[in-house]
Design a protein around this ligand. Structure first.
Ligand code: OAD
Length: 233
């Protein structure tokens, strides 16, 4: 039986692939206030701007590739039963080969009708005002969880974290809840490895915690070596 390993990833894991993080540029994301383009209120105020913003992010997926951190996370499946719980909306974990990925904040390559959140479909093209959901014939929107909206995947994510034997937290400023609260559900003896060049202060936990103030690829290399050694003991 493989031990269970959970990876909690944020924007920083995709930084070395060339995707900007949210908070490193002083709260601006690709030149926009995060709340302007990533909140339900922002969408109500200026839907055309928000749709255009996600069209650009979706197009950017053609120009970027998984980096070493994504690849090492995928390779952990050789040894562990791995679930990746990501706040990211890109598909780089999947492209690197990870098989179990939960996207807490939605996915750029999915869309849904503005009137019904249960109408999620795969979508690769641009969405503009007037692009309709093929079934409901209502305005389409990106399948992104914006500020002000519920995070449906969080319940499943909590259950998975509760069962983890090891946890890796990588590339997140741990500022956005409920995602940042997931480590509170870790078993008290499950080691937590936190990789981030500018790590946040983690809440007080009884778990053994090791912080690696490094880029994702560098930190993952060390953590993988450690994990494989521990697992062989
Ligand atoms: P943030 O932009 O808040 O944090 C990114 C983290 O990545 C920071 O702690 C950086 O220090 C770290 N970082 C930068 N370069 C890195 C590298 N090369 N390797 C590893 N880490 C690096 O991003 P998140 O914590 O993911 O939500 O943000 C959480 C949520 O806030 C996002 O999912 C998004 C945003 O608003 C929605 O859009 C709903």
């Amino acid at each position: 039986m493989k031990k269970k390993l959970v990876v909690l990833s944020g924007a920083g894991v995709s930084a070395e692939s060339g995707i900007n993080t949210f908070r490193d540029a002083g709260g601006l994301w690709e030149g926009h206030d995060v709340m302007e383009v990533a909140s339900s209120e922002g969408f109500r105020k200026n839907p055309a701007l928000v749709l255009d913003f996600y069209n650009k992010r979706r197009k950017q997926l053609h120009e970027v590739h998984p980096n070493k951190a994504h690849t090492l996370i995928a390779q952990l499946e050789d040894v562990f039963d791995v679930t990746v719980i990501t706040q990211n909306v890109d598909d780089l974990h999947e492209r690197a080969g990870s098989n179990n990925v939960i996207h807490l904040h939605g996915e750029l390559l999915k869309a849904r009708c503005t009137q019904n959140e249960n109408t999620i479909i795969r979508w690769t093209a641009d969405i503009t005002l007037g692009t309709l959901h093929p079934t409901t014939q209502q305005q389409l929107r990106p399948h992104i969880v914006w500020f002000g909206e519920a995070v449906p995947a969080i319940t499943k994510a909590m259950q998975i974290v509760k069962q983890a034997d090891y946890i890796i937290v990588i590339g997140t400023s741990m500022q956005v809840y409920p995602a940042a609260g997931l480590i509170d559900y870790a078993k008290p003896n499950a080691p937590i490895y936190y990789i981030d060049p500018n790590p946040a202060q983690l809440p007080h936990l009884s778990n053994p915690v090791e912080v690696f103030p490094l880029k994702g690829s560098e930190g993952m290399k060390i953590v993988v070596e450690n994990l494989i050694k521990i697992n062989e003991l």
